[in-house]
Write a protein that binds this ligand. Structure first.
Ligand code: HEC
Ligand code: HEC
Length: 420
């Protein structure tokens, strides 16, 4: 049996001890199961409780092609077309009206780092979506213009090319359209579109860069958002240990991580929503965190659809690179063990106060969530599997900014494009 080896950073080290301890506990638990499964007890249990596979048996099941893995447990409410298995993240297709070019990606990267797009000239996209923090900001809720706090947690932009809607509530339908929102948001970049365009037009090197990409040196909002979107589409996940395992390097996952993968797809039922290669069904669910009628109230998807059944629903986020993107949830109020405990209890199920009893908007937690009865070692197994989704850290050097930095050879230019 392999030992679970963590490749965590210092930030995670306080958990290492617990993980190690639980790995030992988990091994002990499995040994017991192993003994049980050859003993007479199991046959007495009958058909309803099949013996848990031994570590070796489970490993050999998961070392087969994905199509031959043990059947996932989908909750009844998951439509057949939504039952998408985990797997390698596909290559990105760039839209016809915004085709990929190397120069456009580099222009987009430069704009992404350039705080002159903001009203104060102090906030850039990268301020809240930083590569060292898994393309997030590491804060519970983002802080933007003059350190004003937004009400939401900055999601990662890794894998955004594959999403059919953006933002926690899905209010934006394309990356091109999305980029307009933080620019004009008064708590984020606090600018206005004319100022953004004017300030870039005043920089001759930017005009040259736009000419290189778009054929003439006209700088427009449309071109700015196209370049930003093109750059973001190149950030595709796919270099985690889980991906190596899927590509056939079976030593990439420890036994504990394989147990976690199995639980994720079966008993813990995570796959019912975190499905497909990106581990998101791209749909909206209420897992009970709307804080309806309370301080952190956020009605989520309901703000967009005005449909009472969407109160408190948020888009299922990707779990790719999850260990680097905390804290978690739309409000940033959770750490990973807290997330697991939340699901183990069947999600949050707030009960209406007396004055809320007949409130048609009182949110109902998704019926896809049920108490899971996970043991402590099973929780640790799931956490270990989530850790295997961590992408290797990139050394991303900030691009030189036109009119500020002297041009220099773009050593790291293709780092993010290197995703397989
Ligand atoms: C002050 C912090 C801040 C800045 C600056 C910022 N963002 Fe964001 N970003 C956020 C937050 C918070 C959200 C989630 C907002 C929501 O759901 O309401 C978000 C969401 C996104 C998303 C959607 C991701 C998803 O999974 O749905 C994309 C894409 C994005 N930002 C790109 C950008 C770009 C491009 C810029 C620069 C033009 C930018 N952001 C600037 C904080 C920021
Ligand atoms: C009913 C669908 C559903 C199921 C089942 C489900 N999730 Fe989620 N998950 C969501 C939604 C929706 C969110 C976002 C909620 C929010 O932002 O308030 C989320 C958020 C998360 C997050 C935080 C991600 C981030 O970037 O903030 C993690 C981690 C997570 N889920 C892991 C799991 C695990 C592990 C399981 C199984 C034990 C699981 N989920 C089961 C729908 C689900």
């Amino acid at each position: 049996m392999q030992h679970h080896t963590t490749t965590t950073t210092d930030a995670n080290s306080p958990r290492k001890g617990t993980l190690l301890k639980s790995a030992i506990l988990a091994s002990a638990a499995l040994l017991t199961l192993g003994v049980l499964s050859i003993g007479p007890l199991v046959s007495a249990i009958g058909d309803e409780a099949p013996a848990a596979p031994t570590p070796d048996a489970l490993r050999s099941l998961y070392e087969r092609p994905i199509a031959e893995w043990p059947a996932a447990h989908w909750r009844d409410g998951v439509a057949p077309e939504d039952r998408r298995e985990l797997g390698l993240v596909p290559d990105v297709t760039h839209p016809e009206d915004n085709p990929h070019s190397f120069e456009k990606v580099e222009l987009g990267r430069t704009l992404f780092w350039d705080a002159r797009l903001s009203g104060s000239r102090g906030v850039a996209c990268v301020s809240c979506h930083h590569p060292d923090l898994g393309w997030t900001d590491g804060k519970a809720q983002s802080q933007g213009h003059q350190l004003q706090r937004s009400s939401r947690n900055a999601p990662t932009i890794l894998g955004v090319a594959h999403l059919s809607s953006l933002m926690h509530d899905g209010r934006s339908l394309s990356l091109e359209e999305q980029a307009l929102l933080p620019l004009a948001n008064e708590k984020e970049m606090h600018s206005d579109f004319d100022t953004v365009v004017e300030s870039l037009r005043a920089i001759p090197e930017y005009r040259a860069r736009f000419k290189e990409v778009f054929g003439d040196d006209e700088i427009t909002l449309d071109r700015i958002t196209k370049a930003l979107a093109c750059f973001q589409r190149t950030l595709n996940p796919g270099r985690s240990r889980f991906d190596s395992f899927l590509r056939g390097k079976h030593t990439a996952l420890s036994d504990q991580e394989i147990r976690g993968l199995h639980l994720f797809r079966t008993k813990a039922n995570c796959i019912s929503c975190h499905s497909g290669p990106l581990m998101s069904d791209d749909k909206f669910h209420n897992i009970g965190l709307s804080f309806y009628g309370r301080k952190f109230e956020d009605l989520g998807r309901y703000h967009i659809t005005k449909d009472p059944k969407d109160v408190g629903a948020f888009r299922t986020p990707t779990l790719r690179n999850i260990t680097r993107t905390g804290p978690y949830m739309h409000n940033g109020l959770f750490d990973l063990p807290g997330v697991i405990n939340l699901y183990n209890g069947g999600g949050a199920r707030p009960r209406p106060r007396e004055d809320q009893k007949n409130d048609p908007l009182f949110p109902t937690t998704s019926s896809l969530l049920e108490p899971l009865n996970l043991t402590d070692s099973e929780k640790q197994d799931i956490l270990a599997f989530l850790e295997s989704l961590e992408e290797p850290r990139l050394r991303v050097s900030p691009p030189p900014l036109p009119g500020i930095d002297p041009p220099r050879p773009n050593r790291s230019a293709r780092e993010e494009d290197a995703a397989p």
